[in-house]
Design a binder for this molecule. Structure first.
Ligand code: ZN
Length: 388
């Protein structure tokens, strides 16, 4: 699950203006000018009548294997819903919303990707931001916040009380906390015996967290309790923007970066976690799935010998673009600010700071992408979210 792959979210409503029954599918022309095709067998298989789907729990009762592969409707009528009569008299009714939400052609792909804005640093000088009191108090503000997070891959939440632990209240407004060897909530401050570079005062180049895990956490929350040290500016970079830039400059490099597995490893006295995935992963629609990038946790490359040279060449290239000020949004987190970002899209880092000049203390936690998207879908859904 990722924020950018084919995850049904609520499209703008439209009515089915034109219906054309083709040999293998029904073509629907919507009132907004777009059109989608739905295969006959797909429609019959997704029938939502009381015989095909349990009325209370909403789960399927029908068996796809019992449907004739060459099934075709006897009649189809459009409007606010699409009504189909099948040979033998079985009837299916699909709301237009439901059909648009589950469409699978090029129009659907365009509707899906139109909710994302891949940004440059200049475009977010006024960052998308919300106030803690609003997102905690109202579901409308919560929905607005989640849509901003989906669109830009990050937001700044202002006015978060600097009481330690408050970051978990904000995170749990969305979903369950994601655990790891660092615990449910972790402290980012300079420590005498650090377990991670994060717990020192050195510069952290932009990276994603927990790259050595099979699944990187989705949302990351970094809540600033105190920031009195000089230096330590925060950095955010839209990894998908940078990947798009790489694709424009060198499509063959982009292909290498999304094909060859890099290896990642994190070890301490009690933990040894490893994973191998491409630095830029695409999904089955060739849309961005995630970025996985952390110099600190790169492990020895274990790829086809022919790929070693090309991998390092593109890694150089990608790293150069990442550090270009055109893509690197730099800002100072103040006490009471919480940066919240999609850890699988937006890379984060910080400049070196001087712990002698004052305290710097952040608290962080994670929420998985499925919990984020679940919350977003529940807030967006209407009465016909299942099928009727
Ligand atoms: Zn049915």
């Amino acid at each position: 699950v990722t924020m950018t792959s084919s995850t049904p979210t609520m499209p703008a409503p439209a009515t089915a203006n034109t219906i054309e029954v083709l040999s293998d599918r029904v073509a629907v022309g919507w009132s907004d000018g777009s059109s989608d095709g739905f295969h006959h067998i797909w429609l019959r298989d997704n029938c939502g009548c009381a015989e095909c789907r349990h009325v209370f729990v909403g789960e399927r009762l029908s068996d796809p294997a019992s449907i004739a592969l060459d099934i075709a409707p006897s009649s189809v009528v459009g409007g606010d819903s699409v009504q189909i009569v099948w040979p033998g008299g079985h009837r299916s009714t699909f709301s237009s919303n439901w059909l648009r939400m589950h469409a699978y052609g090029p129009s659907a792909s365009a509707r899906r990707t139109s909710v994302f804005h891949y940004w440059t640093a200049a475009e977010v000088q006024t960052p998308p931001q919300m106030h803690f009191d609003d997102v905690m108090a109202s579901d409308e503000s919560l929905l607005e916040w989640l849509r901003l997070l989906r669109r830009f891959g990050f937001t700044i939440v202002k006015g978060v009380p600097t009481e330690p632990g408050t970051v978990t209240q904000l995170a749990q407004r969305i979903g369950n906390l994601r655990n790891s060897n660092f615990g449910l909530i972790w402290e980012v401050e300079s420590m005498p015996k650090p377990e991670s570079l994060a717990y020192t005062s050195v510069k952290l180049t932009a990276h994603t967290d927990l790259v050595s895990r099979e699944s990187q956490p989705g949302l990351q929350f970094l809540h600033c309790l105190v920031n009195e040290a000089s230096g330590g500016e925060s950095i955010l970079v839209d990894g998908f923007s940078v990947a798009e830039e790489l694709k424009r400059q060198g499509p063959e490099h982009h292909a290498t970066l999304s094909r060859v597995n890099a290896s990642f490893r994190y070890q301490n006295d009690f933990t040894d976690v490893q994973a191998s995935f491409p630095v830029v992963r695409l999904d089955h629609n060739n849309e961005y799935y995630e970025v996985r990038y952390s110099n600190a946790l790169l492990a020895p490359l274990q790829c086809d010998p022919h790929d070693v040279g090309p991998f390092y060449a593109v890694y150089h290239y990608f790293s150069q673009i990442l550090r270009d000020p055109k893509w690197e949004y730099s800002f100072r987190l103040e006490a009471g600010d919480c940066e919240v970002f999609d850890n699988r899209r937006v890379l984060h880092g910080r400049q070196e700071f001087d712990p002698q000049t004052g305290a710097r203390h952040l608290q962080g936690c994670y929420v998985d992408t499925d919990d984020f998207l679940s919350r977003l879908r529940v807030l967006e859904r209407t009465q016909d979210f299942r099928i009727r």
